[in-house]
Design a protein around this ligand. Structure first.
Ligand SMILES: Cc1ncc(COP(=O)(O)O)c(C=O)c1O
Length: 389
């Protein structure tokens, strides 16, 4: 029998609950210790060996100064060519940024002014609202359709509203989409490019979940579709390799947005951690086997969750996501209104994320993070059933 390399063993099965409870990150400290935390997007995996080695080596060498250079961009370029057949990560059109959300904020500052609108597809990752409003822009919602897909007519009317009065506007595309796990197709993205261009709306694609596309779907980088030349994307290894604590991300400009990205103030690139850049680049260059093992485990978990819900909570709606480790659960038939997350927490001791802050379409829903072991996922659904029994 051939022994499996450590990175190929399902990383979601490697840590016990006792080991996970030693963590001090937000996932593990926000709730009392009898609560199973399946809320914020952190994974219950160890870190890939290649990343541990790269960061340890940097520590040993005292390579602990400020971030710089183009290694993040070059590592993403290699990854993007291999995984997606995309050659658009050109180092000269990239910038390291502190993290994805702050990268988005800085790009929005380049292409919009205070008071301008930013279109987003609700229900969507709540910080889209929080960060955009914090920088004095307005969110204009273009709700996804019933199947969780972008509706061109809805997007078109949101774009029209956003540019009313001759204002500049941006469209913050979440690709793949958090919380539904929708993977937008090449045709859908081409339609987005055409209709946003028609209204002069600039596109910023948050592609943080791109490496987490699960079997059966294919990720299409927004900048690879025809007509997307003046867009930006922001990418990071933080979600797929569980590195949110090692701050770094990469902003990438299409050819028609290079001049805008060149206006990014130099101080923005002081924000990312050098150790973060080292960790993310190592993940992208050497963490492929680890990622594949995670994707296999997540694929198993999304199916396990379907079976558990069908047996234990059959009225809860769940469409297994095409990407990510986030399950968007329609709890409206439970008759709990917007209290489902608090009922599961208080009676079941399971922490999920309430759908309400995800905007229109979030009411009556909860988001469950299944990047955990099959045992904890099974235990969580059992507790949820008991909470509403
Ligand atoms: C769609 C999306 N964008 C951004 C982030 C946050 O990324 P960062 O920590 O790099 O700002 C998350 C985190 O879950 C996310 O799901």
């Amino acid at each position: 029998m051939v022994a499996m390399a450590a990175d190929e063993i399902n990383p979601l099965r490697r840590l016990s609950l006792e080991e996970l409870r030693l963590r001090t990150s937000t996932k593990w400290t926000a709730y009392p210790s009898d609560v199973l935390p399946l809320w914020v997007a952190e994974m219950d995996t160890p870190v890939a060996e290649s990343v541990v080695r790269a960061v340890t080596r940097a520590m040993e060498r005292g390579d602990t100064g400020y971030a710089g250079g183009t290694e993040y961009a070059r590592a993403l370029d290699v990854f993007a060519r291999e995984r997606w057949g995309w050659e658009g990560v050109v180092a000269e059109r990239t910038a390291i940024v502190p993290d994805v959300m702050l990268g988005i904020v800085e790009i929005l500052k380049l292409i919009t002014a205070p008071g301008d609108a930013v279109v987003a597809n609700s229900p969507v990752y709540p910080p889209f609202y929080a960060f955009v409003e914090h920088m004095d822009r307005r969110i204009v919602e273009a709700p996804l359709d019933e199947a969780g897909r972008i509706d061109p007519a809805t997007l078109e009317s949101a774009c029209r509203e956003a540019v009313a009065g001759g204002r500049r506007a941006a469209y913050l595309l979440c690709s793949p989409h958090n919380p539904t796990g929708t993977v937008h197709t090449a045709q859908e993205l081409a339609a987005v490019a055409e209709l946003t261009a028609g209204h002069g709306v600039r596109v910023v694609a948050d592609e943080i979940h791109a490496p987490l596309v699960l079997p059966g779907a294919r990720f299409v980088p927004y900048l690879s579709v025809p007509g997307a030349e003046s867009a930006f994307c922001v990418m990071s290894a933080s979600k797929a390799w569980h590195l949110a604590g090692l701050k770094a991300a990469l902003a990438v400009a299409g050819p028609g947005a290079a001049a805008d990205l060149a206006r990014l103030p130099g101080e923005v690139s002081h924000g990312p951690s050098h150790l973060g850049v080292i960790a993310h680049a190592a993940a992208l260059r050497h963490g492929g086997d680890w990622l594949d093992a995670v994707l296999t485990g997540l694929d198993e978990n999304r199916r396990l969750l379907a079976g558990l819900l069908a047996r234990q909570l059959p009225t809860v709606g769940y469409a297994p996501p095409q990407a990510t480790y986030l399950a968007w659960l329609d709890c409206r038939a439970l008759g709990l209104g917007d209290t489902a997350a608090s009922v599961f927490l208080e009676r079941g001791r399971v922490a999920l994320t309430s759908g309400v802050p995800f905007g229109t379409g979030g009411s009556g829903h909860v988001r469950l993070n299944f990047a955990t072991s099959p045992e904890l996922l099974t235990e969580a659904v059992d507790r949820m059933r008991q909470a509403v029994a």
